[in-house]
Design a protein around this ligand. Structure first.
Ligand SMILES: NC(=O)c1ccc[n+]([C@@H]2O[C@H](COP(=O)([O-])OP(=O)(O)OC[C@H]3O[C@@H](n4cnc5c(N)ncnc54)[C@H](O)[C@@H]3O)[C@@H](O)[C@H]2O)c1
Length: 364
């Protein structure tokens, strides 16, 4: 179901939302999709329109929580000129690829789009680098980007042969670097330039937890998490952009976390780093807009990986159930979201934080 509410300019007109959706909402099938199209409330011509357009957010978030059997609800806001740029996002939201994404508000801005659009292989001829690609979410991201046509450089710390296995499986290459090393950013940029002439897509996925309540947390636990999850990311991006290794039309997608939005007991270090990622992405989206490079964050909720397998059983089981889908997400759910944001056709999406959390009950 798609309802275009972008022309609603005062609260009384919100009744049309009820009139259209109320009679049919109970017949929305398993894994059904509801997308409400709205306008940017910040660009409203007056308080009535701003209220009505903001109201759509409450509507979509509530309906998302009511829908059962894998159905999702989203609000797609079209900023000025965003109509043409909305197609890649609509395709994603209406497809099975957004299975674990619900209750999200995504704004599309006007942007120059590629002339040729290959929806089967949207990343054809793109070079992508994924950090932390040896396992878990990073391995799934590498796999999905390769499926979509990208040549993928899989980066991880030098350890074992897991990285080479992933790289070989997807026809990509492996790059062993500790992203926190002093010369890490430089080595990465040099590798991308000498082997591929540059890079188009950068996915900052490598991340760690060192959970402990703040009073018991030692300095190393703080420094390690901030260093890997936030500081290294900024250094790598700065180097890639300043050296023009990340080409015009480039895409940066960073892994944040629901913890960075809602906080988490025992996760002051991790939540600090992941909230920092959100701040970084929003500022860089503005900073790099004229290149034009887009910068977005994906904030996963509970995803079934080795990282979450290490959680205490009760906490893990609660986390699995505390969302509208009543189940954990899979690495591929995050990977599909990254692939959508990484596509040349997603030029209108920047500075956004998209949660892949099955509409987690905490943190909105
Ligand atoms: N699993 C979840 O539920 C979840 C939820 C929210 C956010 N995330 C985020 O998603 C990302 C991936 O999580 P995951 O569950 O797949 O984790 P994981 O622990 O399974 O994998 C992380 C990978 O990053 C690599 N890595 C760690 N430090 C590195 C360094 N210094 N240099 C290079 N590589 C390094 C590790 O070797 C590992 O292969 C992380 O940023 C994490 O914070 C995960």
């Amino acid at each position: 179901m798609i309802f275009d509410a972008s022309g609603i300019t005062d609260a009384a007109q919100l009744r049309s939302l009820y009139d259209f959706i109320h009679p049919v909402i109970r017949s929305l099938g398993p894994s059904g999709r509801l997308v409400v199209i709205g306008a940017d409330p910040d660009a409203a011509t007056g308080p009535g329109e701003a209220a009505a357009q903001q109201a759509l957010e409450g509507f979509v978030r509530s309906v998302g929580k009511e829908l059962k059997r894998g159905a999702t609800a989203q609000l797609l806001r079209l900023a000025a000129g965003g109509e043409d740029a909305a197609q890649s996002t609509l395709r994603f939201l209406l497809s099975a690829r957004s299975a674990y994404v619900s209750g999200q508000v995504i704004t599309i801005k006007g942007a120059a789009l590629p002339a040729a659009r290959d929806w089967e292989h949207p990343l054809h001829e793109q070079v992508a680098m994924v950090t932390g690609a040896a396992r878990g979410i990073g391995a799934a991201i590498a796999e999905v980007l390769a499926r979509d046509g990208a040549r993928v450089v899989c980066l991880d710390v030098p350890a074992g042969d897991a990285l080479a296995v992933v790289a070989n499986r997807i026809g990509g290459t492996a790059l062993q670097v500790d992203i926190t090393a002093d010369d890490g950013p430089q080595r990465i940029a040099e590798h991308l330039r000498s082997r591929h002439g540059g890079v188009d897509i950068v996915v900052h996925n490598a991340g760690v937890t060192r959970d402990r309540t703040l009073g018991r947390m030692n300095e190393t636990e703080w420094d390690t998490v901030l260093g890997i999850n936030l500081v290294a990311q900024q250094r790598i991006t700065d180097n890639l952009v300043e050296s023009a290794t990340l080409r015009a039309g480039g895409r940066i997608v960073a892994l944040s976390s629901m913890a960075g939005i809602a906080g988490g007991a025992g996760q002051a270090n991790y939540a600090t780093s992941k909230a920092g990622v959100i701040g970084l992405v929003r500022a860089q989206a503005v900073q790099f807009a004229d290149r034009p490079i887009t910068v977005n964050a994906v904030a996963p909720g509970f995803i079934e990986t080795e990282m979450t397998a290490a959680m205490p059983t009760l906490v893990r089981e609660a986390a699995r159930r505390m969302n509208s889908m009543s189940q954990g997400g899979l690495p591929v759910d995050v990977a599909e979201t990254v692939a959508w944001l990484a596509a040349p056709t997603s030029a209108g999406v920047t500075g956004q934080v998209v949660r892949v959390c099955g509409q987690h009950l905490v943190g909105a």
